[in-house]
Design a protein around this ligand. Structure first.
Ligand code: BGC
Length: 312
């Protein structure tokens, strides 16, 4: 048994994972990044210890804890080097965790671990090279080559969420303007949904959020687009257009066999993937060559936990 932790910008999800990659017990809490890392580390440990107890196990039955962090991590040093959506710089997360739980602790980027889980158990199984793009609070990415995470010479590859693809005037949490993340994250759909609802209160987006502009979700925007709501369709079409630009860039960079879409927005399934494939096809560089198959992640939200658990 191993512990896998999916530390997201919005939620902390912890799972107990068996040797076949199955999650046998799980728990979660909101991240609330403003609390600082000490409280977050304690929450992770509390949930893990509770799961161990609930499963009638003890810490000595657990081989390791793996943590997928929403940023750049140095697993050997046990440090989160940078996590833009948690506002973390050089955080000694492993040391803090060990105050509460005595286990070997491994860390990697959240999307890298999701990519690993999909490559071993999910949509990337059987492929030699795959890229995952996770569409959540941020836009994450992971590159798997020959069954292994490729994270570059300095731990941060790939950071596709921060490739600059335009000039929408929106400042990313990383400090730059025009990052893919400001166009293609769930946060982007929420931001645009709110703007549209302010100007057009009769939009279905607002109706689906029960009239409360502050509780608009990415799903509200997608559901309204499915119902042909004009505002939502405009937002969603732009979303697809910019995500396709990002994907064409990824294809030009890596030429992977498979591109896997994960994160909450990917739950839109074919409603997203069909128009996206069309847009990519129209903008692909080498029209005469085959290129990556674009697929929805198979493990859904579980990829983060499973991939983190199999880190070593
Ligand atoms: C971070 C990535 C992370 C992604 C998803 C981005 O803003 O830079 O490291 O994988 O968000 O959490």
């Amino acid at each position: 048994m191993r512990i896998g932790v999916d530390l997201g910008g919005t939620n902390i999800a912890v799972g107990l994972v068996d040797e076949e990659g199955r999650i046998v017990a799980r728990g979660s809490r909101p991240t609330k990044p403003e609390r600082g890392y000490e409280a977050i580390a304690k929450d992770i440990a509390d949930i893990a210890l509770e799961l161990i107890k609930r499963s009638n196990l003890s810490v000595s039955d657990i081989k390791s804890m793996g943590i997928g962090v929403p940023g750049v991590a140095d697993s050997e040093k046990g440090i989160v080097i940078r996590a833009v959506n948690l506002f973390w710089i050089k955080i000694p997360l492993a040391k803090e965790m060990r105050k509460y739980i005595d286990l070997p602790i491994y860390m990697d980027n959240d999307a890298n671990v999701a990519a690993l889980a999909e490559a071993v158990y999910g949509a990337g199984k059987g492929s030699k090279s795959s890229v995952i793009i996770t569409l959540g609070t941020g836009v994450g990415s992971g590159f798997i080559l020959d069954g292994k995470i490729y994270n570059g010479a300095h731990h941060f590859a790939p950071e596709l969420g921060h490739i600059v693809i335009g000039d929408n005037g929106i400042r990313c949490n990383c400090g730059k303007i025009g990052c893919l993340e400001t166009y293609a994250s769930a946060t982007a759909l929420i931001r645009e949904g709110k703007k549209a609802a302010e100007k057009n209160p009769d939009t279905l987006i607002l109706k689906f959020a029960n009239g409360d502009i502050n509780s608009i979700t990415a799903k509200n925007v997608i559901d309204a687009a499915k119902q042909y709501d004009e505002q939502a369709m405009r937002i969603f079409n732009d979303y697809v257009k910019y995500l396709a630009i990002g994907i064409v860039n990824v294809i030009n960079m890596f030429d992977p066999e498979v591109i896997i879409l994960g994160g909450g927005v990917a739950n839109a399934g074919d409603f997203l993937i069909k128009p996206l494939k069309k847009e990519v096809a129209e903008n692909i560089l080498f029209k005469e060559l085959p290129y990556a198959d674009i697929r929805k992640a198979e493990l859904g939200n579980d990829a983060g936990i499973i991939g983190a658990a199999i880190l070593s």
